[in-house]
Design a protein around this ligand. Structure first.
Ligand SMILES: *[C@@H]1O[C@H](CO)[C@@H](O)[C@H](O)[C@H]1NC(C)=O
Length: 124
């Protein structure tokens, strides 16, 4: 019985390794370019931006057909919006990134100011 369960688990892990995988963007800032990427599918890919964590919702943004495994998206959706990146490959396999909330541009400047202030304090 236990051996059977273990075998089934190995089988599942084995299948998951080759599936289309979508990387979750580390951060998304309104009006700034963000690198989206995915791997292990079959080109071309169709990329859409969906409301965060809602795989069956209507896309907020359609990024079109992509022949490569990355795309630079200039974030044109309001700060505070949670989004999920959906990638569909040419064989019909679909996968999603985790939900990421878009930050305000102000937040980026604020962070950079703090970092440069701390750098000044530390070095001079
Ligand atoms: C979707 O991606 C996850 C890893 O992020 C992977 O485990 C899963 O197998 C993928 N699903 C498909 C349908 O390829």
């Amino acid at each position: 019985m236990y051996a059977l369960v273990a075998l089934a688990a190995v089988g599942l892990v084995g299948t998951a390794v080759h599936g289309l995988t979508v990387s979750s963007p580390a951060s998304l800032t309104q009006c700034q370019p963000a690198a989206l990427s995915w791997s292990d599918g079959t080109a071309p890919y169709y990329v859409d931006i969906l409301p965060g964590g809602q795989p069956s919702a209507t896309a907020l943004e359609n990024l079109g057909e992509q022949s490569g495994t990355s795309y630079t998206w200039t974030v044109n959706i309001a700060a505070g919006t949670s989004i999920t990146v959906r990638v569909t490959d040419s064989t019909g396999v679909i996968n999603y990134s985790s939900a990421v909330t878009i930050r305000e541009l102000f937040f980026l400047f604020f962070t950079q100011t703090i970092i440069s202030y701390m750098d000044t304090k530390a070095h001079g």
